[in-house]
Design a protein around this ligand. Structure first.
Ligand code: NAP
Length: 269
């Protein structure tokens, strides 16, 4: 019997970077399981990919901050009769503002989605992949992972977790035939900034990337078995600067970019 097409499960596939992953993976010959809360947008994506690439698309609407939604997706990842070859943990959101002024419920929901859901889905998928000796996971982190960011404190910390966690697990499983990689985009033209209430129009044009470009870089790096990739020269320079410059300076600069007034003045000494 000929080998069936590989299957990728993408979270947050209804918009932005997740949707771009869906299109790029369909183009590479993957069938898809697409996850997000908005079922209508997932159906529309499925129809488009069926027409354009003859992709088989399973629509799995789920809220990954709710136990019920999370369990639905975990169960799908564990199915032995229809294994998942590639998991893209992409669903995530941010908030903007000083931590003590943001609703704590929203901050905890962000931790639930950006960290807890990603850890649980990675665990559900990895178990089967290691047993099979094949498969891969791409975790969408952020260039914010490299830098504590005043005005974006919880978000940047969730992404620092994703990057650290992913690179450690990469080493644990690389000899077992399974790949796991973190991709760390910078400012990308999606719905992210609007949903987070960020003032995107104040970010200079040269700092932005398109989601398709982020995904193309991520998939090439994944092919090359990288543990981590930072798409875009500006983002690479930002991450490098953050790792060598003193924290007292980088925190202030990050605060300025995030428009946190408390971080607006650089230290005099
Ligand atoms: N855009 C950027 O500048 C940027 C930079 C660095 C990293 N990132 C990261 O890239 C990833 C994708 O973000 P994006 O830029 O593509 O943003 P986006 O356009 O807002 O898309 C976010 C996706 O996540 C889904 N989602 C949100 N909450 C969810 C929940 N509770 N359960 C299930 N799905 C949920 C959304 O779908 P529904 O609303 O239908 O659920 C949507 O499909 C995120 O992890 C983000 O942190 C983005």
């Amino acid at each position: 019997m000929p080998k069936s097409r590989p299957v990728a499960l993408i979270t947050g596939a209804s918009a932005g970077i997740g949707r771009a992953f869906a299109e790029a993976l369909a183009d590479r010959g993957y069938d898809l399981v697409v996850v997000a809360r908005d079922a209508a947008r997932l159906e529309e994506l499925g129809e488009m990919l069926k027409t354009k690439h003859s992709t088989s698309v399973e629509v799995l609407p789920a809220d990954l901050t709710a136990d019920e939604g999370l369990m639905l997706v975990e169960d799908r990842l564990k199915r032995e009769d229809a294994p998942i070859d590639l998991l893209v943990n992409n669903a995530g959101f941010g908030t903007a503002g000083r931590f003590h002024e943001i609703s704590i419920d929203k901050e905890i929901r962000m931790v639930d989605l950006n960290i807890s859901a990603l850890v649980r889905l990675t665990h559900a998928a990895l178990d089967r992949m290691v047993a099979r000796g094949s498969g891969g996971i791409i975790n969408v982190s952020s260039v914010a992972a490299f830098q504590p960011a005043p005005g974006n404190a919880t978000y940047s910390a969730t992404k620092a977790f994703v990057s650290s966690f992913t690179q450690a697990v990469h080493e644990e499983v690389r000899a077992r035939g399974v790949r796991i990689m973190a991709v760390n985009p910078g400012f990308t033209r999606t719905e992210f900034q609007q949903r987070a209430g960020m003032e995107a129009e104040k970010v200079p044009g040269f700092m932005w990337q398109q989601p398709e470009d982020v995904v193309a870089v991520a998939l090439k790096a994944f092919d090359n078995r990288r543990a981590v990739i930072i798409p875009g020269i500006i983002n690479k320079m930002t991450a490098t600067f953050s790792s060598v410059a003193p924290g007292v300076v980088t925190r202030k600069i990050a605060g300025r970019i995030m428009k946190d007034p408390g971080a607006a003045r650089l230290p005099r000494k």
